[in-house]
Design a protein around this ligand. Structure first.
Ligand code: ATP
Length: 374
C-alpha cells in the first residue's frame, strides 16, 4: 500500500521533533528513513504506526485516512531493535502468537510458511535464548509478517547485531521484502545499510527531509553538504562560478579558489538556485571517480590524462592499503585534502607519499553545492 504523509509534524512541548513533512512511500517499495541520532526518523515511523499522534497533518494508507486510527486497527506491523520475543515460548509459538490471539484455529500451515521464509525450519522448537541475535531477529520478522500487514515498519532492527551478521541480515531482509512484496519502511542511522537495502531513501536532518531519492542518485548527486558528507567522502573544494554559458548551456565552469585551475560540471548537478558569475560553490567528486597520474613536473599534463577531464595537481600525503582498494590522501594547492580510492593498483605502480600527481576525473562526476549553506 502507498503511504502518503501530508504536512505531518510533531512537537513535544516547545520542541519540534518533526517539521511539516510531505512524503510518499510507493506501494511495495523498500523505503529507508536515514539520519543521525535525534533527526526525527523514529518519531516519523511511530506516527505511521499510530504510536505517536501527529501535531498536524494527515497519513493516508492507499486512499484511507488513518491519522486518528489506533495502532491495532492499522494494517501495519512494527519490528523493533530489541525483538521483544516471548522468552517462555518457542519459535513456533512466538510466530503463531498474533494469529492465536485473533482466534485463528489452524495456524500450522502459515507458521510453516513463515519458518520457510525466514529459513528457520530446523529451529522451530527452540526458545529465544537458544538462538543467535540474527535468528531472534528472523523470528521477530516472521512474527510480524504472519499477520499479513500491508506495511512493515522496522525500527533499527539490525542495530543489536555485530557488523558481519548485520551485513548478512541486510541481504536477507531485502530478499524477504522482494518475496512478500509489501511496503517496508526501515529506520536506520547506517548509510551503508540504507543504500544496500532501500529502493528509495529519505535523508533526515533536524526534523526535516534533506533529500529523497534512490541511493545512487543521493550518492552521485547530493543537493546539500549534509547529504554529501553523510553518504561518504565528498572531497569538497571551494570554487567560484565563471560566467555561465562559457562552457555551453548544459555545463558550468568554476574557478578553484587558491589554485590555478578551472573545473567543469553539468549544470543540472549544481544544487544552487540562480547561479551566476561569482557565485561561491563547493565542488565535490567521490573518491572512486578520481584517477591519479604520476608527474615529475607539476606544470605539465602527464600522458594518458584525457583532454576533457577535470584536472587538479597535488601531492600524496598518505597511502593506505584497504584490501579492496588503495586509499590516497592528496594535498592540493587549493589547500584541500582530497581522498582517492584506486583499485587494481599493482605493487609497482603504487604511489608513495611525497609523489606529485595530477588528479583527474570526468566532468559528469562533478557536483556543486551551495557554499553559503550552514
Ligand atoms: P535515534 O536514532 O537516536 O532514535 P531519531 O532520529 O530516531 O534518533 P527521534 O527518536 O525521532 O530521533 O527523536 C527526535 C527528537 O525528538 C529528539 O531530539 C528526541 O529527544 C525528541 N523526542 C522524541 N520523543 C520525545 C518525547 N516523548 N518527548 C520529548 N522529546 C522527544
Amino acid at each position: 500500500m502507498t503511504i502518503t504523509l501530508s504536512g505531518i509534524a510533531k512537537t513535544f512541548g516547545d520542541f519540534t521533533a518533526v517539521h511539516p513533512l510531505d512524503l510518499t512511500v510507493p506501494e511495495g517499495s523498500f523505503f529507508a528513513l536515514l539520519g543521525a541520532s535525534g533527526c526525527g526518523k523514529t518519531t516519523t515511523l511511530r506516527m505511521i504506526a499510530g504510536l505517536e499522534e501527529p501535531t498536524s497533518g494527515s497519513i493516508l494508507l492507499g486512499e484511507d485516512d488513518i491519522t486518528r486510527l489506533p495502532p491495532h486497527k492499522r494494517p501495519v506491523n512494527t519490528v523493533f531493535q530489541n525483538y521483544a520475543l516471548f522468552p517462555h515460548l518457542d519459535v513456533t509459538e512466538n510466530i503463531a502468537f498474533g494469529l492465536r490471539r485473533r482466534g485463528v484455529k489452524s495456524v500450522s500451515k502459515q507458521v510453516a510458511e513463515m519458518l520457510d521464509l525466514v529459513q528457520l525450519g530446523d529451529m522451530a522448537r527452540r526458545k529465544p535464548r537458544q538462538l543467535s541475535g540474527g535468528q531472534q531477529q528472523r523470528v521477530a520478522l516472521a512474527r510480524a509478517l504472519i499477520n499479513r500487514p500491508q506495511v512493515l515498519l522496522l525500527d533499527e532492527p539490525l542495530g543489536a547485531l555485530d557488523l558481519k551478521l548485520r551485513r548478512q541480515m541486510q541481504l536477507e531482509l531485502k530478499r524477504i521484502q522482494t518475496e512478500v512484496g509489501i511496503t517496508f519502511v526501515h529506520v536506520t542511522h547506517d548509510q551503508e545499510e540504507a543504500m544496500t537495502m532501500a529502493d528509495s531513501v529519505a535523508v533526515m536532518y533536524g526534523g526535516r527531509v534533506e533529500q529523497l531519492g534512490p541511493p545512487a542518485e543521493l550518492y552521485e548527486n547530493p543537493r546539500s553538504t549534509f547529504v554529501a558528507n553523510f553518504l561518504g567522502t565528498s572531497n569538497l573544494i571551494e570554487a567560484e562560478v565563471l560566467s555561465p554559458g562559457t562552457a555551453g548551456p548544459e555545463q558550468l565552469r568554476v574557478q578553484v579558489v587558491g589554485a590555478d585551475a578551472t573545473l567543469r560540471l553539468p549544470a543540472a548537478r549544481c544544487a544552487v538556485d540562480g547561479v551566476g558569475a561569482g557565485t561561491k560553490v563547493l565542488v565535490g567528486v567521490r573518491p572512486e571517480k578520481i584517477s591519479l597520474a604520476h608527474t615529475d613536473d607539476a606544470d605539465s599534463v602527464p600522458r594518458g590524462v584525457p583532454e576533457d577531464h577535470n584536472r587538479l595537481t597535488g601531492r600524496i600525503t598518505d597511502a593506505s592499503y584497504l584490501g579492496v582498494s588503495w586509499q590516497y590522501v592528496v594535498e592540493s594547492p587549493a589547500g584541500t585534502q582530497l581522498t582517492v580510492y584506486e583499485q587494481n593498483v599493482s605493487r609497482d605502480s603504487r604511489l608513495t607519499p611525497g609523489a606529485h600527481v595530477v588528479l583527474h576525473w570526468q566532468p559528469a562526476h562533478t557536483f556543486a553545492l551551495d557554499a553559503a549553506q550552514d
